[in-house]
Design a protein around this ligand. Sequence first.
Ligand SMILES: Cc1cc2nc3c(=O)[nH]c(=O)nc-3n(C[C@H](O)[C@H](O)[C@H](O)COP(=O)(O)OP(=O)(O)OC[C@H]3O[C@@H](n4cnc5c(N)ncnc54)[C@H](O)[C@@H]3O)c2cc1C
Length: 509
Amino acid sequence: MSGWDLIVVGSGLAGSIGALRAAEQGRRVLLIEGDKDCASAWAQGGIVYPRESDFADLTRDIFDAGCGINNPEAVRNVVHDGAKLVPYWLLERAGVSFDRDSEGNLDWALEAAHSRPRILHVKDHSGRAIMDRLRLLVEAHPLIERRAGVLVDLLVSDRHDVRAPSVYKTSCCAGAYVFLRGEQRVEAFVAPAVLLATGGFSGLFEHSTGARSLRGDGIAAAHRAGARTLHLEYVQFHPTSLYVPHERRYLLTEALRGEGAKLLNMKGERFVDELAARDVVARAIHESMLHDGTEHVWLDCRGIKNFADHFPGILKLLRDKGLDPSKDLLPAVPSAHYTLGGVWTDSVGRTSLEGLFAAGEVACTGLHGANRLASTSLLEALVYGHRSADAAHEYLGSLENWDFQAQPWVPGDDEVDPALLSQDWQLLRRTLWNYVGLTRNEARLKRAERMLSDLRRDVETFYKRGKLSEPLIGLRHAVQVATLILYAALRNPNSLGTHHLDVEAQGRL
Ligand SMILES: Cc1cc2nc3c(=O)[nH]c(=O)nc-3n(C[C@H](O)[C@H](O)[C@H](O)COP(=O)(O)OP(=O)(O)OC[C@H]3O[C@@H](n4cnc5c(N)ncnc54)[C@H](O)[C@@H]3O)c2cc1C
């Protein structure tokens, strides 16, 4: 038996709750921490807190947003467990100071597509407030050991055991190869259970509201280990983010258009009803950019009264970038925002590979169906972080005489030319953005297939012979995930929700 019962990969909301819950059950946990810039910490709006009187309405809103293809079991779990777990973890254990009204009652916010106010928030930095408090709990727990590293691959019993691995037994997950950032080397960490909590893949697209490090690493590794993936063609795009070259894209809330902001093309003409549905606006912006050959459109906020009162956070951001919304047009682009699909899990967070669990944006429980209701993803990460740790605890209790000896990592030593890696990254991001992004058709997808298959061959060669580095590990994961998204899109002929097929363009070269 190794030193740990459970390895948790990723320390956003899902991973932190998973680690804390497993430790609460007395399990020894190794937490592999990636970037501190996780999506959980960047969340602005807040988290849905379901109350019993709201169960039916919240359920209906989730199904309406998801185009009805949501998994009813996942919806029920998130709504019902959320009613207990939000107060338990966030109010009692972490003591998050959510905004309150003048009488001290929780302030419930209303967001687009929600039929009533039900979102807890801390001004416009809810995610940071939640993660700062959870981090204190994680750091203080004696059963949680933390290492900074990057998941390279999952260890599986029929491939990675030094003693002639048995191909006749059920394959199960037995740990992970992790690239240790400080030491710049790969180590095999062994444990009978692994919880993947590595977040989504929005960082793979040319424009993304998430961090570049969100590449879908967990999805790629789980796929290679033999786990099933689901709904990877469904990717949610946010219509407007601030376009500043060589910087991350910052969300420009839809409330700006609600307050009268107009969208203009490079000739200064309006091209879409700004109050149309989010997906319609996002697609219209993308098509306008393609048509005009431009890098962005303009968001004209000059007519908004009391900008500073309504949007203090955005005003500060704009000023930092040298922009004045009362005088300047704001350069805006849509951005990949949320990964609706992922590693398939059942109702308790088990994947199809024994010993492997997944929670949060890396996983696909089916909660969101073909599109996501705002502010339900933090809730899903919380509920399934907890559920999957419970499932792992039960699984660990069922094991007898578990033993595994990992094959040591064999390092490559060829230097990889950084110019090649950099060009490959650009090609991948632009290919996904233009051909597998907001609007898809057969010609675009087929072109992407040819480009990605060449890229994949080259990257595998670097990976087999090259000296490992984080960009190379990330690129290998990224090409794998991009290919999975592409084939999921090619296989699904139904234009629904965020998987939008331009039927008129089918057959066009
Ligand atoms: C700008 C923005 C605003 C948002 N606002 C809201 C909101 O208001 N409400 C809401 O409900 N949702 C919101 N979302 C979505 C929500 O934040 C995410 O869905 C949720 O936080 C996902 O949590 P997670 O724990 O699964 O992943 P994350 O929080 O992304 O954490 C994943 C962690 O895994 C690490 N990791 C990745 N790859 C590896 C690897 N190979 N090895 C080791 N570690 C790795 C990452 O570095 C990261 O630390 C927002 C998202 C963004 C980007």
